[in-house]
Write a protein that binds this ligand. Structure first.
Ligand code: 13P
Length: 309
């Protein structure tokens, strides 16, 4: 499966002209690398038409940043998954800015994901912990609970090739402080594990799991080179420097196979130390509050990590 680079433009840009310029530049950068990197742009609703017209029939996909689960009705301001299906192939649900600024709950995220899949869209579900939860060693508990709840209305056997999760720690979003790749990897594995747990063995076979949070043209290779990381969800850099960000992973994927194997080895060593206890700890914590609070933090504080960079 090609590496997925998804550009979440958020509430940018301000004008249709800028949106079309950005879409053309992205298309130009993506076309030569289409066999290795799948690029999807997520503009605001208002520019779906303009951006869609530019990328239609090309290697670049287009998606919306949110949807509502009801098909039609008295839901002022909402746009349904069914309405989007005519305009785009993808939708993001549960982005942390929706959760924190607009009070979106896990239950709503799961309704949105289900409605979007039923409408035939590909879905990226965002999950991630706050900084205090990271500092308190609660990442696994928080993320696995979010994935469990998001999956509660989804049949993974029927949809997993159209489903992706993006692990986006809240403290890494827009902060310039990306999470360390070797610390991201076990969380990506955890997401896969929970999807398999909910949907049965093999449920995650085609699932894509992405990292997001201050990804840029300099650090993107350290994520897409990891086995188990299927791509990145990119915010600020996606709107402004995405063209270079596409080029970098492509250069990385062209590295000799020995280099990639070395990365895989490093990653699997880290994984073998951590995964077993982390997965058991996280899924156990869903059923036992005590075990969650008793489990010691395996992580240093976000502030300390930031200082080291
Ligand atoms: P930044 O890349 O700006 O940190 O944003 C990440 C994000 O929220 C993508 O959805």
């Amino acid at each position: 499966m090609a590496t997925l680079l998804a550009a979440n433009w958020k509430m940018n840009p301000l004008t249709a002209n800028e949106a079309t310029r950005l879409a053309r530049a992205t298309l130009g950068a993506a076309q030569p690398h289409a066999s290795r990197v799948e690029v999807v742009i997520f503009p605001p609703f208002t520019w779906l038409r303009e951006v869609g017209a530019i990328v239609r029939g090309t290697v670049v996909g287009v998606g919306a940043q949110d949807c509502y689960w009801e098909e039609t009705g008295a839901f002022a301001g909402a746009v349904s998954a069914g309405m989007l299906a005519g305009w785009c192939r993808w939708v993001i649900v549960g982005h942390s800015e929706r959760r924190t600024l607009f009070g979106e709950t896990d239950d709503q995220v799961s309704r949105k994901a289900r409605a979007a899949l039923d409408a035939g869209l590909n879905v990226i579900v965002c999950v991630g912990e706050r900084e205090d939860q990271f500092d308190g060693g609660q990442t696994d508990e928080v993320v696995s609970a979010q994935v469990h709840r998001a999956m509660s209305r989804i049949d993974p056997a029927a949809t997993n090739s159209r489903l992706a999760f993006a692990y986006e720690p809240l403290w890494a979003i827009g902060s310039g402080h990306n999470a360390r790749p070797h610390e991201v990897l076990p969380t990506l594995e955890l997401v896969r594990h929970v999807v398999n747990e909910v949907g049965g063995a093999g449920a995650a076979i085609d699932l894509r799991v992405l990292y997001g949070g201050s990804v840029n043209e300099e650090n993107v290779t350290s994520y897409v080179g990891l086995p188990g990381c299927d791509g990145c969800l990119i915010g600020g850099c996606g709107a402004h420097k995405f063209v270079r960000t596409i080029d970098w992973p492509v250069r990385m994927l062209r590295q000799p196979i020995g280099f990639r194997r070395w990365i895989a080895l490093m990653a699997s060593t880290a994984r073998s130390h951590w995964m077993r206890s982390r997965i058991h700890g996280a899924t156990g914590a869903l059923h036992s509050k005590e075990s969650a609070t008793a489990r010691p933090s395996g992580r240093r504080s976000a502030a300390a990590l930031v200082k080291q960079r």
